[in-house]
Design a protein around this ligand. Structure first.
Ligand SMILES: NC(=O)c1ccc[n+]([C@@H]2O[C@H](COP(=O)([O-])OP(=O)(O)OC[C@H]3O[C@@H](n4cnc5c(N)ncnc54)[C@H](O)[C@@H]3O)[C@@H](O)[C@H]2O)c1
Length: 255
């Protein structure tokens, strides 16, 4: 797909994988709308990227905020890319150490953010992209959702997170089938361990140990490597309905 001069909406674009995606797409001449609840962080990313990029501050779990972000990105009529990076993790076992059950509230919170948030932006963006002029082969655009290797190798304490990322994986094929008729591809990326603020919460030693657990290269992923893959997915029209592990070959152990 030709992406230069088109528009993209990137959720979670204020930080980590989303910010790296916004940087890469802007470098390739895409007008990026950074949609994040962290307005200050989003503005800092956009200031660095310059003309054409813009911010919508809001919550991906709120359909009205998502519509606003998509409408802003679609201004000018050339929205072709939606990338869902807003999301977070949670640690909690089916039963706690004292035998009490996993609380429902954090489980629901994680599904709401990681699944409903992705659903909200994917559906609204697809609707807007479906109204654009098609390119070669009738292609109109692409949606990239962020899963995780936790969808496949869920570790102890990842019940809520793995469930949410499994749902992102599960949406990929039906969404790609639904949207084929309007020339929109859907691809998910399942990152392994990336050096973002999400992992920065861990002490240095633990982060280094995590890096050494990667098959090859023995280090954490760099967010720019995620942005590179998004750009490749966007431009390679034959990639569709696939979940791509981007993980240095890691297979997560039980803990
Ligand atoms: N970092 C990793 O190793 C890793 C591995 C696998 C999957 N992932 C997934 O990648 C995605 C991005 O992770 P990251 O490491 O870049 O995290 P991050 O914390 O650096 O960035 C997440 C961004 O999402 C935004 N956000 C959170 N909730 C939001 C909401 N309700 N509405 C709008 N914005 C919201 C935050 O403000 C933040 O800017 C997440 O879905 C995460 O689960 C990350």
């Amino acid at each position: 797909m030709e992406i230069q001069g088109c528009s993209a909406v990137v959720t979670g674009g204020a930080s980590g994988l989303g910010a790296a995606t916004a940087r890469k797409l802007a470098e390739l001449g895409v007008r990026v709308t950074v949609f994040d609840r962290n307005e200050e962080g989003a503005k800092a990313v956009v200031a660095e990227l310059g003309a054409g990029t813009n911010v919508v501050a809001g919550d991906v779990t709120d359909p009205a905020d998502c519509q606003k972000a998509v409408d802003q990105a679609a201004e000018g009529g050339n929205l072709r890319i939606a990338v869902n990076c807003a999301g977070t993790g949670w640690v909690g076992r089916v039963i706690n150490r004292d035998g009490s059950p996993h609380d429902l509230a954090p489980f629901q919170f994680i599904q709401n953010l990681n699944v409903i948030g992705t659903f909200n932006v994917m559906t609204k963006a697809a609707s807007a992209i479906s109204a654009t002029e098609p390119q070669i082969d009738g292609e109109r655009g692409v949606i990239v959702n962020t899963a995780s290797v936790a969808a496949f190798d869920g570790q102890i304490g990842q019940l809520a997170y793995s469930a949410s990322k499994g749902a992102v994986v599960g949406m990929t094929l039906p969404a790609a089938r639904d949207l084929a008729v309007v020339g929109i591809r859907v691809v998910a990326i399942a990152p392994g361990l990336f050096d973002t603020p999400l992992l920065a919460m861990l002490p240095d030693e633990q982060r280094e140990a995590l890096g050494r657990s990667v098959n090859f290269p023995m280090r954490l992923g760099v967010p720019a490597e995620y942005g590179e893959l998004v750009a490749h997915i966007a431009t390679n029209s034959y990639l569709n309905a696939e979940v791509i592990r981007l993980d240095g070959g890691i297979r997560m152990p039980p803990k």
